[in-house]
Write a protein that binds this ligand. Structure first.
Ligand SMILES: [Fe+2]
Length: 368
């Protein structure tokens, strides 16, 4: 029996290093924003077809290194402001955090509302000058009490020796002008209009706006990974579709700090509303039964957790890459394998359907 390297290459694939980037970076399109009509450049000729066929693309080169530094600086400042409690609670988040984390931290989700954790993890929402973290961690050297009767440390699964941080800033575009510029970039909006086939609009800031996410793998973290879902499944009662999420990557992604998994072409399946889900959340009666571009049933049921799906691929990003993925696309995110890593990005949703039907809905069906 020969070694794996002696196996014949599949049709159309040449073995050897020179072909690897083309295989590994499938779906990546490089844009030159200094050209007079960047979207008409030959390098982007296949972008629309790729998006419609596979449900995602990665646009590379849209932002300069200096601009990305600004995005990072402003996001980190916003994150620290949430941690310190110097900005209103609405910039913090509980809705995206792992329910087990909230339970471990002894935080009452029902009583917190959406921004409650932003004030240093205190259920009463009171400003806390000690700067305790909204992820339940305490700054090094600080005491470890995070709320009346709730101590972190041994037995609670929360690390007390990690520098404090928060995993989320919501409505971050209000605190970070560079994020607003990213989220409304004329070239991206023109591209989204083309891809979604009509006028497009972003999730309003009073609801979701733009979210800054800092994924970390530690036990103290409130967000490290997410199981299979389509974004449509979170809002199946709305008529805002088709939609597309943009993600601007601040950190490059890898197996070390975690990465996106997608099932190319799954946006074309009629994905059921998340009636069956790992969190046992109820699907409202007014939900549409399925969401996708065709009536074709998925070949397999969407896994409840992180199982491998036949045909799935990893989508790795470089710093500054702009991922656009369809709201019907099946995707998940793998947790980091290195402890001292971050996986930071800013993201929001664009929609092309009935703007008047937009309202606050978030069915938290995906595994964490
Ligand atoms: Fe998603």
């Amino acid at each position: 029996m020969g070694s794996p390297t002696s196996l014949p290459a599949p049709a159309g694939v040449t073995r050897g290093a020179p072909s690897l980037p083309a295989v590994a970076e499938v779906g990546v399109f490089v844009v030159d924003p200094t050209e007079p009509d960047p979207l008409a450049a030959p390098a982007l000729a296949g972008l629309g077809d790729f998006y419609h066929r596979h449900g995602f693309v990665v646009l590379r080169g849209l932002h300069s290194a200096e601009f990305l530094d600004r995005v990072e600086r402003e996001c980190v400042a916003a994150q620290q402001a949430v941690l310190a409690g110097t900005v209103p609670e609405r910039y913090g988040s509980t809705q995206y955090l792992d329910a087990r984390y909230l339970d471990r931290a002894g935080l009452d989700r029902a009583g917190l509302g959406r921004g409650g954790l932003g004030r240093a993890g205190r259920p009463d929402g009171a400003a806390d000058p000690s700067g305790r973290a909204s992820n339940g961690t305490a700054p090094a050297g600080a005491d470890v009490e995070i709320g009346a009767g709730h101590e972190i440390g041994a037995g609670h699964g929360i690390e007390a020796d990690v520098e404090a941080y928060v995993n989320y800033v919501e409505h971050v575009e209000e605190l970070a002008p560079a994020v607003r510029a990213t989220a409304t970039h004329p070239l991206m909006v023109a591209l989204l209009r083309r891809l979604l086939g009509g006028d497009v609009w972003m999730s309003p800031s009073e609801n979701d706006g733009v979210v800054y996410q800092d994924a970390r793998p530690g036990r103290e973290s409130g967000y490290s990974r997410i199981g299979w879902h389509s974004d449509w499944q979170a809002m199946p009662s709305l008529d805002v579709w088709p939609g597309c999420a943009f993600t601007l990557h601040i950190d490059a992604t890898s197996p070390a700090n975690g990465f996106l998994r997608v099932v190319p072409g799954s946006h074309r399946w009629a994905t059921p509303a998340p009636y069956r889900n790992i969190n046992n959340v109820a699907v409202p009666a007014d939900a549409r039964p399925s969401g996708g571009y065709t009536d074709v049933e998925p070949p397999d049921e969407m896994p409840l957790g992180f199982e491998k799906i036949p045909g799935e691929i990893a989508v790795y990003a470089e710093r500054g890459d702009l991922l656009l993925h369809d709201a019907y696309l099946w995707h998940s995110a793998a947790r980091a394998t290195e402890n001292a890593t971050t996986r930071r990005h800013v993201r929001a949703g664009y929609y092309s359907g009935d703007r008047g039907s937009y309202r606050d809905q978030f069915i938290k069906n995906a595994a964490r």
